[in-house]
Write a protein that binds this ligand. Structure first.
Ligand SMILES: Cc1ncc(COP(=O)(O)O)c(C=O)c1O
Length: 420
């Protein structure tokens, strides 16, 4: 059987109808039904994001000589993130397409830095807790670096002594997360950074999830464990805008303590027939949409807007955590340090993934993860509107999952990311 060609062109109206038909089974994230993958601070913010995105969707940020507007917006966005992370005057960064690209580049920068400095080319490694994001594995695979994972402590935070034991003269990077994704707790950044400094190793703080939230929680007067450039020894930080910055997908920032460190991230060649090619990240051609959307949403919300949506997400996360903590059959894995949390069950009659299936039937989408088998919630501003309904459905779904009506093990463990 040959693969089909496109057939005759269709009208815009028909295309729109077909697009809407295809999405009927998609999770209703705009209504707050997804506790993963998507973020919403309300329809007005979405409108700003989408309006800016579509204005620049087909502009190309590969060369801002042609589109100085995108250069101006990106610089402004990066400057804001340097401010959020309390970078010194030497601080410098670039926009990326999101967390994964930022983490890839942090590893790549550490590798280039070490190669330039000490001419050590092979068998390099990074030392990181088991809780650090999967994208570090991708980075190690792409850049031929070994990942040395170190078990976390019983409170799910990085075990600094064990990390110290794993460091050797081929270690190029130590990693801390603020917060880590699986249980939502902040690693002891100050201790990890001190270890890195003492060993003259780069230290990356993955604040892809927490960069915006922790900044504004601190401004609101919350006590936040140190995580940014005010910590000696931190050399780079990633902050995603398409998460708690509430901008369109494809926007993150990687900031470095100095421009020299940032130089290790960039790539320049003239070894072809097309002239000098320089790029800050993995992509070549890149849409101006995410840059414009980030710029627009950040200035639309402003500091007061971010304080409002951050407070809302935090309050909702704590209320959900509290409900789970008091539930007789559920076990909260850790009190959330920001807005991410996860839970499992202590009840042998309850299969946690069956519970996820039963929540899905009620329209809720939660991440399934492990080890240990558990469910994960990325709570954001939209969830304040639906929290009461969610908690009622959660209780109902727990009872249903234990009543024998559907006591079979959950249909699937699910996956955080897919290949398709
Ligand atoms: C802590 C952390 N780092 C990095 C990433 C990767 O970000 P992205 O999916 O935007 O590539 C995530 C994604 O959830 C994350 O939670």
């Amino acid at each position: 059987m040959a693969f089909p060609l496109l057939g005759p062109g269709r009208t815009l109206r028909r295309i729109q109808e077909e697009l809407e038909t295809m999405r009927v089974n998609d999770v209703a994230w705009r209504d707050g039904r997804a506790f993963t993958l998507t973020y919403s601070a309300g329809t007005d913010v979405l409108e700003v994001a989408q309006d800016a995105y579509q204005r620049f969707a087909n502009e190309n940020a590969l060369n801002t000589d042609a589109f100085p507007s995108l250069g101006t917006m990106a610089k402004d966005v990066v400057a804001t993130v340097l401010g959020w992370t309390h970078a010194p005057d030497t601080g410098s960064g670039f926009m990326t397409s999101g967390g994964t690209e930022s983490l890839l580049l942090a590893v790549r920068a550490a590798r280039e830095g070490r190669r330039n400095q000490s001419k050590i080319w092979s068998d390099l490694n990074i030392v990181l807790p088991t809780s650090a994001h999967a994208a570090f594995e991708k980075a190690c695979s792409y850049f031929d670096v070994t990942s040395r994972r170190v078990a976390v402590t019983t409170d799910w935070r990085a075990d600094v002594q064990a990390m110290a034991d794993a460091v050797d003269d081929k270690t190029i990077l130590l990693v801390a997360s603020a917060p880590q994704y699986p249980q939502g707790v902040i690693d002891p950044v100050a201790e990890i950074a001190a270890l890195a400094r003492a060993s003259e190793i780069n230290c990356h703080v993955d604040a892809c999830m927490g960069g915006v939230t922790l900044t504004y929680l601190e401004r609101l007067g919350h006590d936040i464990a140190p995580w940014d450039f005010r910590v000696d020894g931190v050399t780079s930080i990633s902050v995603d805008l398409h998460k708690y910055g509430y901008t369109s997908k494809g926007a993150g920032v990687l900031v470095h303590r100095t421009k020299e460190l940032r130089n290790d991230q960039t790539f320049v060649t003239d070894n072809w027939l097309g002239g000098t090619y320089g790029s800050s990240g993995i992509l070549g051609t890149k849409s101006g949409g995410p840059i414009a959307s980030a710029w627009a949403v950040m200035h639309y919300l402003g500091d007061n807007g971010y304080e409002r949506v951050t407070e809302s997400a935090r309050t909702t996360a704590l209320a959900i955590a509290n409900h789970i903590d008091r539930h007789p059959s559920l076990v909260l894995l850790a009190q959330p340090d920001a807005t991410l949390l996860s839970f499992t069950t202590s009840d042998e009659q309850l299969d946690i993934f069956t519970l996820a299936d039963n929540l899905r039937r009620r329209g809720w989408y939660l991440d399934r993860q492990g080890p240990p088998p558990s469910l994960h919630l990325t709570v954001n501003a939209i969830h304040n509107n639906v929290m009461t309904l969610f908690l009622a459905h959660l209780d109902e779904a727990v009872s249903e999952s234990m009543s024998g009506a559907d006591a079979s093990p959950g249909t699937s463990r699910g996956a955080y990311g897919t290949i398709d």
